[in-house]
Ligand binder design. Structure first.
Ligand SMILES: [Zn+2]
Length: 47
């Protein structure tokens, strides 16, 4: 269950693919606080 490799201590966006909720955190928040679905790391292009 590996997603994208992340740098520890660096914040990255996690997106709920169920409701589209986005949380920016250092670590995977686990589950969406809104709908309870798993959050996934979202590789956001800088430009
Ligand atoms: Zn959600």
């Amino acid at each position: 269950m590996r997603d994208i490799e992340t740098t520890p201590g660096e914040e990255s966006p996690y997106e709920c693919f169920e409701c589209g909720n986005i949380i920016v955190a250092e670590n995977n928040p686990g589950r969406c606080p809104d709908c309870g679905e798993p959050m996934r790391n979202r590789q956001m292009p800088l430009e």
